[in-house]
Design a protein around this ligand. Structure first.
Ligand SMILES: NC(=O)c1ccc[n+]([C@@H]2O[C@H](COP(=O)([O-])OP(=O)(O)OC[C@H]3O[C@@H](n4cnc5c(N)ncnc54)[C@H](O)[C@@H]3O)[C@@H](O)[C@H]2O)c1
Length: 301
């Protein structure tokens, strides 16, 4: 995608973190914005700030887990702007701990947001974008799904999140192939950030009442939460930088987008282990202190 001015960007999880930064970059390029989030107050604040900066913004409280919400978002975007060019399926939440200790509610919530949110985004918006391409002679479209390095690695004590993000990588690669199959003027990318300071480590705040669960956190869940908070909080690459490099990739039509390419060594080791049928490589081989902390946390049980 080369032209941004006047075109329409839809962003889920737009009220905070990476989504908010995508909105800033899109606004600075003269795009018209459709912002979606479950956090009504933060969404209102983001909308006000972007409008004050001169952007044309439609915002909608939308829970991406729910098909009808995403369908209403698409209807509203079409009614207001008559088309969609750039879609960020970005909303996401996290939960950790030993994989057998996660509750049904943990799985339903994290897969609901991280995977079903992207499924609904692709299912609802891709046909709409293909239809726009038939109407607009110079149409260019692009879909960016936010996965994670957790979609390429399987760090211990983050199983629910890993599963959701691996599925997003799979969905995105397939979307890429399928768009090529139909010669669509719509491209696809998958964003795989490593630890970036945002609100992701506090995502429990968005957890719906019916999926909260009664049980107290286990020791492994507390340890995973503490580790993620530390890693996210001390991340050296900031969210505005991730948004900037994501737009560079959109401009250049690149599929895989990495915030920390230096972390890809562990992905290479994982792939090597797969093709040589060896035991899974340790994703924390380069940081044994993390493994030591995890072991200590689990033993404290
Ligand atoms: N920050 C990191 O270190 C990191 C690393 C890898 C991947 N990611 C991914 O980046 C994406 C953005 O997360 P972030 O780091 O900006 O976190 P964040 O918590 O700052 O932002 C996520 C946004 O999604 C919204 N949201 C949560 N549940 C929602 C739902 N059901 N429907 C709609 N919106 C919902 C939240 O209100 C919030 O505004 C997520 O998919 C996350 O998994 C983040």
């Amino acid at each position: 995608m080369k032209e941004f001015k006047g075109r329409v960007a839809v962003i889920t999880g737009a009220a905070g973190g990476l989504g908010r930064e995508f909105a800033n970059v899109a606004a600075s390029l003269g795009m018209r914005l459709v912002l979606a989030d479950v956090d009504a107050a933060a969404l209102e604040q983001a909308t006000g700030e972007l409008r004050a900066g001169g952007a044309e913004v439609l915002s909608m409280v939308c829970d991406v887990r729910i098909a009808a919400h995403v369908e209403e978002l698409a209807d509203a975007a079409l009614a207001r702007f008559h088309g969609v060019h750039l879609l960020f399926n970005n909303a996401g939440v996290g939960a950790g701990g030993l994989i057998w200790e996660n509750s049904v509610a943990d799985w339903e919530w994290v897969l609901g947001v991280n995977l079903w949110g992207v499924i609904h985004g692709v299912r609802v918006f891709t046909p709409l974008m293909l239809e726009c391409a038939r109407r607009e002679p110079d149409y260019e479209g692009h879909i960016v799904n936010t996965a994670s390095m957790a979609g390429l690695l399987n760090a211990p004590a983050m199983g629910v999140y890993n599963v959701s993000k691996h599925a997003v990588v799979s969905l995105s690669e397939t979307l890429y192939h399928d768009l090529r199959l139909v010669d669509a003027p719509v491209q696809a990318s998958v964003l795989c950030p490593y630890f970036v300071p945002t609100g992701i480590d506090r995502s429990q705040r968005h957890r719906p009442e019916d999926l909260r669960g009664e049980a107290a956190l286990t020791a492994s869940q507390r340890m995973a939460q503490a580790l993620v908070s530390k890693a996210v909080g001390s991340g050296k690459v900031q969210a505005p930088e991730v948004a900037r490099l994501t737009f560079d990739a959109i401009r250049e039509g690149r599929f895989y987008i990495y915030s920390h390419p230096q972390a890809l060594g562990a992905v290479g080791e994982r792939m090597e282990a797969i093709v040589h049928a060896r035991a899974p490589a340790d994703p924390y081989a380069a940081t044994p202190e993390i493994n030591a902390l995890l072991r200590a946390g689990v033993k404290a049980q």
